[in-house]
Design a protein around this ligand. Structure first.
Ligand code: KDG
Ligand code: MG
Length: 405
């Protein structure tokens, strides 16, 4: 008799921030976990899983990942979208976890084995002014990081993306009944931001990868101008210069600058980035297992990107749970066209709720050798941290009009 899924459970917990986790159990006693967290909209995915997907999973053969993926994707009729794709991702990750546990191997072995010794990650230096960012960069370099993203407050603007009061942990979503509001002026940003890169290179040199996230705020012309203006500071990538859904915008940017461009943390499927990749309009694709259909679909996107010389740079902010981070690491270590992995450390409570085998060493993460993803969820501990409603911020221009956050 073939094995079957006998239990599918959705666990929502808030050990510092909200996470949605799917835990599957099979008739032969294996368990698997998958991340379904969608920052600021967590309960939509929890409900989708709980009410529509879990009842379909019970009784299915856990080994048939491809069939289950297609059953949930094609079977919904309403394809794509963040809620659907996060829910499918949670199932996909949990099934890969089970398959690799059954094989008695860490997942990366089932993906073909290692293509490298470790996964280079980037840290997040940020601050209220340039001197503070420079000190933060120094701390990351001292800690062994070989890649650092820099973000700084812009004079005259409140609560700029990527800048945190807490020096070890950045969490933009805030608990409450309404999103926080921040302000934005592209003119002020463009006047100030090149001086950050200049100061970083002047004090710390060029011996490490330097990155920056513009978080979807510029027009194509503004982005092209910025990319051109900062070429001498040799950024490893400029991320999300313009809103990612406007694929033609990237042609304008590419016509004017050789600053590498990274895009895709808001993408959910291969269709969202097909043209960006095939027309070589980007250099790094930032999809991640939780938002883009799990290990199966992200692998497909990465393999497609490899045909066009586009490397991976998977999203790894704190809203990707340790389950998603582990899934990303197994892909990172096995994919030929890996570029760089984002790494934002989780809170201590999060790490306790999700015991894991991946570890940081000298600027690199290693997925570990435990069978499966190498992550579990401590359900008892998770129950001590109930869901707390939290929103990502919204962003307004100085005249009050809404802008992209
Ligand atoms: O939930 C949104 C965050 O994950 C996102 O704002 C973080 O842009 C981000 C990044 O590059 O980590
Ligand atoms: Mg980003």
């Amino acid at each position: 008799m073939t094995d079957s899924i006998i239990n599918a459970k959705v666990i929502v917990t808030c050990p510092g921030r909200n996470f949605v986790t799917l835990r599957l159990e099979t008739s032969d006693g294996l368990t698997g976990v998958g991340d379904g967290t969608l920052n600021g909209r967590e309960l939509a995915v929890a409900t989708y899983l709980q009410d529509y997907i879990c009842p379909l999973l019970v009784g299915r053969d856990p080994e048939q990942i491809n069939d289950t993926w297609q059953y949930l994707y094609r079977g919904a009729y309403w394809r794509r979208g963040p809620v659907t794709m996060c829910a499918i991702a949670a199932v996909d990750m949990a099934l890969w976890d089970i398959k690799a546990k059954r094989a008695g191997m860490p997942l990366y072995q089932l993906l073909g084995g290692r293509a490298r010794n470790g996964v280079m990650v980037y840290g997040h230096a940020n601050g209220r002014d340039i001197p503070q960012v420079l000190d933060e960069v120094a701390a990351y370099l001292d800690h062994g990081y070989q890649a650092v993203r820099v973000q700084v407050a812009i004079p005259g603007l409140d609560a700029v993306y990527g800048v945190s009061e807490n020096r070890t942990f950045y969490e933009p979503a805030t608990v409450g009944e309404r999103p926080q509001e921040s302000t934005w002026s592209t003119e002020a940003y463009l006047r100030f931001i090149p001086s950050l890169f200049e100061a970083v290179r002047e004090r710390h040199g060029f011996g490490f990868r330097l990155l920056h996230d513009a978080h979807h705020r510029l027009t194509p012309t503004e982005a092209a101008k910025l990319g051109k203006r900062i070429e001498d500071y040799d950024l490893f990538w400029l991320e999300d210069p313009t809103p990612a859904e406007d694929q033609d915008a990237f042609r304008i940017i590419k016509q004017h600058t050789v600053t590498p461009i990274a895009v895709g943390e808001v993408f959910n499927t291969i269709w969202d980035c097909q043209r960006l990749i095939s027309e070589r309009l980007i250099d790094f694709i930032r999809v991640t297992p939780v938002h883009a259909g799990g290990v199966s679909h992200v692998k497909r996107i990465a393999e497609y990107a490899d045909l066009y010389g586009v490397r991976t740079g998977f999203h790894g902010a704190t809203d990707m749970s340790p389950v998603c981070l582990a899934a990303a690491l197994h892909l990172d270590i096995s994919l030929p066209n890996f570029g760089l992995q984002e790494y934002m450390t989780h809170t201590e409570q999060t790490n306790e709720v999700f015991p894991h085998s991946y570890r940081f060493e000298n600027g690199f993460l290693h997925p570990g050798e435990e069978p499966g993803l190498g992550v579990d969820i401590d359900e008892k501990l998770a129950a001590r941290y109930p869901y707390r409603k939290a929103y990502l911020p919204v962003n307004r221009l100085l005249d009050g009009s809404m802008h992209n956050w």
